[in-house]
Design a protein around this ligand. Structure first.
Ligand code: NAP
Length: 345
């Protein structure tokens, strides 16, 4: 059994990670940290996690993590970069959930996150944690930057087509709708039930921080600098992200070639499903699973493609992807601990 620690284990992604680790039979969770709940039994805080009835939340002390085979950091951005360097210095391997090591250009990070990066020397060392694109690099990496939730559905949908030069890069518009857990568990008036239950709104229009992350990975795939239009929306559900992605083909391309390109690219992947026949995708079909489901439609009146992707933001968009990365890093079967049966449908 390989020994695992989770730093920031009481947030939404932290809890989801504990849930997934509790059904993983090749690793043992030995440290779960929390500032707020330190000293409390995990089961007392999260009664559904019966497996951890003898584990207590501890405050984070870097030396306590020394013998762990892998540490997950489920902390907010800016907080994470104060902790990750000390773990790497003492030899730990880390999967970091925050945005602190995802962007390869320090200046882009600093301008979008409005803070100076305190460990820029680690940016180059970090591997973007998407096994479907960087499996080999993840295997050897000491630091994996787990992708953001919105970027996951957008990047996995578009990259195979971008790599084949099938898309006009300046035509991409990504319209995403997210459940409220995407904002984390912290107390905040704007995310209270009564504030969001009847609503549906766009936010961070033209300046959401996931924009440069999507652009970075699409630019790599196109081999050119790409700018996209990305608009996130908040919908009154707890989990799930539904992205509607509009693009034009770069040349005369028929829908079957688009589908074939996606199916071939993901032929060996366990967590990406391409739908050609099902009429419409629904976030409910992926909730609780590590799947990203993709369906492409063609509007022949406008010559535009309309791609839909759905993920569970807390699983493939965060903790499921992190477990998948851990499995790759520790050379465990990649699907272990990742149920493909969802909660609802
Ligand atoms: N939610 C999502 O859908 C999602 C998806 C992808 C990535 N992420 C990323 O994953 C990370 C965790 O997200 P989350 O949604 O789990 O957040 P969260 O629910 O707000 O939890 C963050 C946890 O970090 C701990 N923490 C320690 N120091 C903190 C500090 N100075 N300020 C705030 N919290 C502190 C807190 O636990 P204690 O107080 O108990 O220590 C808190 O429960 C973030 O970087 C986020 O951007 C989230």
């Amino acid at each position: 059994m390989q020994k695992i620690g989770v730093v920031g284990a009481t947030g939404y992604t932290g809890f989801e990670l504990l849930r997934l680790l509790s059904i993983h039979d090749s690793v043992e969770l030995v440290i779960a940290t929390s500032e707020k709940y330190s000293g409390k039994n995990v089961c007392e805080v999260f009664p559904s996690l019966e497996k951890y009835s003898s584990l207590k939340f501890d405050k984070f002390i870097v030396e306590n993590c020394k013998d762990l085979d892998l540490v997950f950091c489920c902390l907010p951005h800016k907080v994470s970069m104060n902790i990750v360097p000390s773990l790497l210095d003492q030899g730990n391997r880390v999967v970091d959930f925050s945005a602190d090591y995802r962007l390869k250009d320090q200046m882009i990070y600093q301008s979008w996150y409005e803070i100076e990066h305190t460990s820029p020397q680690l940016i180059e060392k970090a591997v973007y944690g998407m096994p479907e694109l960087y499996r080999k690099e993840i295997q050897e990496s000491q630091l994996v930057a787990n992708p953001g939730c919105y970027p996951t559905g957008a990047i996995l949908g578009l990259v195979p087509l971008a790599k084949e030069g099938l898309i006009n890069p300046s035509s991409i518009v990504i319209d995403s709708k997210s459940g409220v857990s995407g904002a984390g568990r912290k107390e905040s008036l704007q995310f209270q039930f009564s504030e969001i239950e009847q609503g549906f709104k766009a936010y961070s229009i033209a300046n959401h921080r996931h924009t440069p992350e999507i652009e970075q990975e699409l630019s790599n795939a196109f081999g050119n600098d790409v700018k996209i239009t990305f608009t996130p929306h908040l919908i009154p559900v707890t989990r799930g992200i539904f992205s509607t992605i509009y693009f034009e083909a770069s040349k005369k391309v028929e829908l079957p070639l688009i589908n074939e390109t996606l199916s071939e690219f993901y032929a060996e992947e366990s967590f990406v499903r391409i739908f050609e026949n099902q009429e419409n995708l629904d976030i409910s079909q992926v909730i609780g699973t590590n799947f990203v489901d993709i369906k492409v439609n063609f509007d022949k009146r406008t010559n535009r493609y309309i791609m839909v992707t759905v993920i569970d933001n807390l699983v493939k968009g965060a903790s499921g992807a992190a477990v998948q990365n851990m499995n790759v890093m520790l050379k465990i079967s990649e699907t272990k601990g990742l149920p493909n049966a969802g909660f609802w449908i």
